[in-house]
Design a protein around this ligand. Sequence first.
Ligand code: SAM
Length: 282
Amino acid sequence: MVRIPTNLILRARKKSSLLPLLLKPCKTIDSAEQELRWIQNELPQNQWLKACYLRSNNVPLQYILGSQPFGDLNIKCKKDVLIPRWETEEYTLKLVDQLRSIKESLKIIDICTGTGCIPLLLGSKLKNSSVKGIDVSEKAILLSNENKVLNSIPNVEFRSGDVFDANIVQEKYDIVVSNPPYISADDFKSSSTEISVRLYEPKLALVGGNEFYTALVNNVLLSTDAEGFLFEIGYTHQYKHTRNLLNLNQWNTCLYFDSAGNARAIIGWKKGSKMQILENIR
Ligand SMILES: C[S@@+](CC[C@H](N)C(=O)[O-])C[C@H]1O[C@@H](n2cnc3c(N)ncnc32)[C@H](O)[C@@H]1O
């Protein structure tokens, strides 16, 4: 457990009696002050103390405030459904920029949709396209439908489904997107996974491995006849594994790095197809 130096606690208390509670999850006064501002701006005053206590027990801020921005959308967040991450938001916006240049209505499918953040952002920016989101968790599907209504996005639909079901999709799609569970069981248990994630976010959304990429390729990509895909990854071996599942006479792939410099996705497109533009995502 991280020990907070007494002088830091005293300095924080001088600014606000609530601030010392936020030092444990936030570590620095600056970031504790930022979180306190969000709590005070977004919650009524009679909930501030409870919110700071929850936060001092490492409950993620998004579950306390009940939402997380994603692009210009406001995504409702609830326990049992993964909180959308900035890395996912970053590549989704880059994907929007490329798909816009195709200038035709596209059919897009997002597997492992969680809050629905990816299809909702794609649907809100690509108004002539239709987007479907699928997740095995009923709680995720309920929440993604709430987020569709909250953000008034008509061209997106959600339904439940299991990526390991060979019949998960019957229709044709142009592109498949997915942020599947990809953290190894060992990393999930170790300190490389933040304590707030380990304690409060759903293990179903986090722990997984190559079996998800195999299922995404065999049960979704190949059966939908899609010409492009973007799958978030956690480790470069997941890139290699996925690439090895493809017929490389037909497919090109690239390893996408996020702006923090981490390998973050495998992107693929059929050679000579309209999805070749995905190679521009950097
Ligand atoms: C890493 S989260 C991604 C959530 C969301 N797309 C995002 O980026 O914030 C993975 C999601 O996969 C779902 N999931 C886990 N196993 C699944 C399966 N077998 N089939 C479909 N979805 C699954 C989880 O419920 C969870 O919502």
